[in-house]
Write a protein that binds this ligand. Structure first.
Ligand code: PSU
Ligand code: MN
Length: 307
């Protein structure tokens, strides 16, 4: 725990006990709950993911801002609040002071969750898909602060590649510039969220949680600061064929443009619109890939804790 944040940080008793013992802990974000999926699927996802991590032998720590504190380890009632409440801020790292001083509930993005996890001493974090460089970046310059954070905070993020709504080649370039190692788990190509494969070759490939833990240990031992992106393909039985999801993404992007959706509203709008267009198929895929990432996150956290 970094001292200056101590007064702002509240760690649940369960997570605090695990951290004190050096036991494996997996951080989870809350933007995916409040802004990534609708109620009640979001609550089912959030509690299901926590259960998967517990069953695997690690402790889940869902992170959000509540009552002016950075909360690490939401209680079940708090998870429900973030799942149901409509008026929740979407907080990236730069929004955290605002969320603290207004005391409004704020769901944390990958970037903000990474930073809070690091303050608490958690090094492994599982989510669905990290943010990246949006299509049309040459006119909008919409590049997620998740990339900036991955470049500077020592937390590994397990993600199903990057969201297919993005410009994936540009996202890969931005990750490289930020100095973020991208490790595909058990595959040679970079996964594209709803699909197991993209046209992009993954920069690095590792085939076990133990190898990924060894990689992270070496990186941080050498004081090579920053995170790592662990790209875990969606399970085959839940994948949506590229031809189907590609059309849905194109339509959603056109609709976003027609409605002038901008800034932090872009990703939630696109994900929600794609759920409508695919009649719920993309939601089922999203939930399946998050659960799959949670399991790998637990395995990596366990391997790292035993080193
Ligand atoms: N993964 C999902 N659904 C989501 C997200 C990740 O399966 O909604 C969220 C994360 O919080 C990530 C955010 O940080 O999407 C990206 O938002 P933006 O593009 O505005 O940076
Ligand atoms: Mn953005």
């Amino acid at each position: 725990m970094t001292a200056p944040a101590a007064q702002d940080l509240v760690i649940s008793p369960e997570v605090a006990a695990a951290l004190k013992d050096g036991a494996p802990v997996v951080a989870l974000e809350s933007t995916i709950i409040s802004h990534g999926m609708a109620y009640p699927a979001n609550l089912e996802m959030a509690s299901g993911v926590e259960a998967i991590i517990r069953d695997a032998g690690a402790t889940p720590a869902t992170i959000a801002v509540l009552n002016g504190k950075l909360k690490v380890g939401l209680e079940p009632g708090e998870l429900e609040l973030f799942a149901r409440e409509k008026d929740v801020l979407k907080a990236s790292t730069h929004d955290l002071p605002y969320a603290l001083i207004t005391k409004r509930p704020a769901a944390t993005t990958v970037a903000a969750t990474m930073r809070i996890a690091a303050m608490a001493g958690i090094r492994i974090f599982a989510t669905g898909g990290v943010g990246g460089v949006h299509r049309g970046w040459n006119t909008s310059l919409d590049i997620s602060a998740d990339i900036t954070e991955l470049g500077r905070t020592n937390v590994a993020v397990i993600s199903a590649g990057a969201k297919a709504i993005l410009d994936l080649p540009a996202t890969m370039e931005a990750l490289e510039t930020a100095g973020v190692p991208v490790i595909a788990y058990g595959t040679d190509t970079f996964p594209a969220f709803y699909s197991r494969e993209s046209d992009l070759k993954a920069p690095l490939r590792l085939d076990s949680a133990a190898d990924i833990a060894a990689f992270l240990d070496a990186k941080w031992r050498l004081d090579l600061r920053g995170g790592a992106l662990i790209a875990n393909p969606i399970p085959a039985e839940h994948e949506i064929p590229a031809a189907i999801i590609g059309g849905a993404i194109e339509t959603a992007l056109r609709d976003a443009k027609a409605q002038n959706i901008a800034a932090k509203a872009v990703t939630p709008y696109l994900l929600g619109r794609i759920v409508e267009i695919t009649a719920g198929k993309s939601l089922a895929a999203n939930i399946a890939l998050v659960k799959n990432n949670a399991l790998l996150g637990a395995e990596i956290a366990i391997a790292l804790a035993s080193r």
